[in-house]
Design a protein. Structure first.
Length: 531
């Protein structure tokens, strides 16, 4: 009898073990790939090591660098701590450490962030967060030119006012086809030391007056479940219409727009499904002004409620010398798919009654060592008209550590456009060497090829680079078919200047382009890479 009881107990334990393994197997199978052996190390202490604009060695070797460090107010400790996705007493989570690095690098006034894990004993570690500040008090001269349009002006900005992480900026810019515009703004990435962000700005000039405000609590962490936000915009501006680069009509547009949204994310960290509810108030009125030669668009009032569903499965890699000169570039890989459906007149039965539908697809991948391919496809329709499709592919290949091949192909197509909407293409929009708005229509093709040459040469914090390029593109009017034999081509070369200690390491661009079909020569001056 005792033997039988032992025999039964053996089989009972065996069945229990089988059940445990079965449950574990089901968990692994249906856990969407997130099951892993978690670290048991506990964070004992977090130290913030705030670097100045220049290292101590650099400051000792150059009086100007030393003076800059003395004048600069280093980012305050609580600003960096406000971006941490972990705390003292938490279990070490490698994914959150890496995500925190990215979040800190996203701050405009921080050019680099590194996190070190220092083992204290078998169960505890200390975390050191190292940051390198950018020089944030930035007066500037604006000079951009392309396609016969020139912008000249001055700006002043402090992207890290008194080390608190707040941005204040003002600018005055004269544009040859618009006159002199003045603008100012304020940005707060941590409102009252919370995850809320806020932004307000205004702009005024001969052809425009505008005020914008926004507030957002984003998905700030891979584990954040809710996001909220809203914005309000008021704008009064003269809108020109063009044909073959020449203005043919002009009218006055007054618009008011406000929107609020709430979003909920579901699923594991990097395989998320997000549902979003949004309400938009959009009112536009049109009037005659000096230069009006045609009929006006119809006034509109849209009160639109929409729901969106978005899925993303993503990962990240760190790279350099793709678009920037020296700083780390966080490249997002994976898939993002989304769709939104809205109906005007719901729940408030006023204004227009129509559907608004949009969809998007993004895919980024690594086809080979040092290669990155980005594909996107977006389509949207509003007011039962203005349906626009934009398809784009970009490819980057690091031929050597100091040379990157960059390709861009873009196709844009519109249906049922309002008279106030146009697709324009020219020297100011990627077709270097041509006059601004050289082509117009309801569909366009743009192709760019560049070889980007980076250099270790840096003169007083300005990194030097160069490009050689070939551009091709054209827009076709409604009723005309796309004919690639009609593309306009240009070739040229350019210089790149990376301001390595400025916020976000901005790049200055000077391109010399020769349009092969139109003849002539043009200089395009701007900021950041062409694409």
């Amino acid at each position: 009898m005792r033997r039988s009881e032992n025999h039964d107990r053996f089989h009972t334990h065996d069945r229990a073990r089988s059940a445990v393994f079965f449950v574990l197997g089901i968990t692994i199978l249906f856990g969407v790939g997130d099951v892993a052996f978690a670290s048991t190390e506990i964070i004992r202490e977090i130290r913030i090591v705030r670097g100045n604009v220049f290292t101590e060695a650099e400051a000792n070797q150059n009086r100007a660098f030393h003076t800059a460090n003395v004048m600069h107010i280093t980012t305050r400790d609580h600003v960096i701590r406000g971006k941490l996705l972990f705390g003292e007493g938490d279990v070490v989570d490698d994914e959150l450490l890496v995500a925190t690095e990215r979040a800190i690098r996203d701050l405009e006034f921080v050019n680099e962030a590194r996190i070190r894990v220092i083992r204290v004993d078998d169960r505890t570690v200390d975390i050191e967060v190292h940051t390198d500040d950018a020089w944030t008090l930035v007066p500037g001269i604006v000079f951009e030119s392309g396609g016969g349009i020139t912008e000249v002006g001055a700006t002043a900005a402090d992207t890290n006012f008194a080390g608190f992480g707040k941005k204040l900026w003002v600018e005055g810019i004269h544009k040859t086809d618009e006159g002199t515009n003045y603008a100012a703004g304020y940005t707060d990435p941590q409102v009252l030391n919370t995850w809320w962000q806020a932004d307000v700005d205004f702009k005024t000039g001969p052809l425009i007056d505008a005020v914008n405000f926004s507030a957002l609590r984003p998905f700030y962490s891979p584990d954040t479940e809710w996001a909220f936000g809203g914005s309000a915009n008021w704008r009064r501006a003269e809108r020109p219409e063009f044909e073959n680069g020449d203005e043919v009509n002009r009218f006055l547009e007054s618009s008011q727009r406000a929107q609020i949204f709430a979003a909920r994310a579901f699923g594991p960290r990097y395989n998320k499904l997000t549902a979003e509810l949004q309400f938009v108030y959009d009112e536009r009125r049109f009037d005659f002004t000096k230069g009006t030669t045609d009929s006006l668009p119809d006034d509109e009032l849209n009160l639109t409620t929409s729901v969106g569903l978005f899925w993303r499965k993503e990962s990240w890699v760190k790279e350099n010398r793709i678009r920037k000169m020296t700083i780390t570039e966080d490249i997002r890989l994976g898939h993002r798919v989304g769709a939104r459906v809205g109906r005007a007149g719901i729940p408030i039965p006023k204004g227009e009654k129509h559907w608004a539908v949009s969809g998007s697809y993004r895919h980024a991948m690594v086809p080979g060592n040092g290669q990155y391919l980005f594909f996107s496809n977006d389509v949207a329709t509003e007011n039962d008209q203005n349906t626009i499709l934009l398809t784009q592919a970009r490819y980057f290949y690091k031929v050597t550590p100091w040379q990157t091949l960059a390709l861009n192909v873009q196709f844009k197509r519109a249906w049922n456009l309002e008279s106030s909407q146009q697709i324009l293409l020219g020297g100011e929009s990627g077709l270097r060497g041509f006059r601004a708005r050289r082509f117009n229509g309801n569909k366009s093709v743009l192709m760019n090829a560049e070889t980007r040459l980076f250099s270790p040469l840096e003169i007083y914090t300005v990194a030097l680079g160069a490009v050689a390029f070939v551009d091709a593109g054209r827009a076709w009017e409604s009723g005309s078919r796309i004919d690639l034999d009609e593309l306009g081509y240009s070739v040229g070369f350019g210089m790149r200047f990376g301001f390595t200690r400025a916020p976000g390491e901005p790049i200055g661009r000077i391109d010399f382009g020769w349009p092969l079909s139109d003849g002539g020569f043009a200089i395009t001056i701007g900021s950041e890479q062409q694409f």
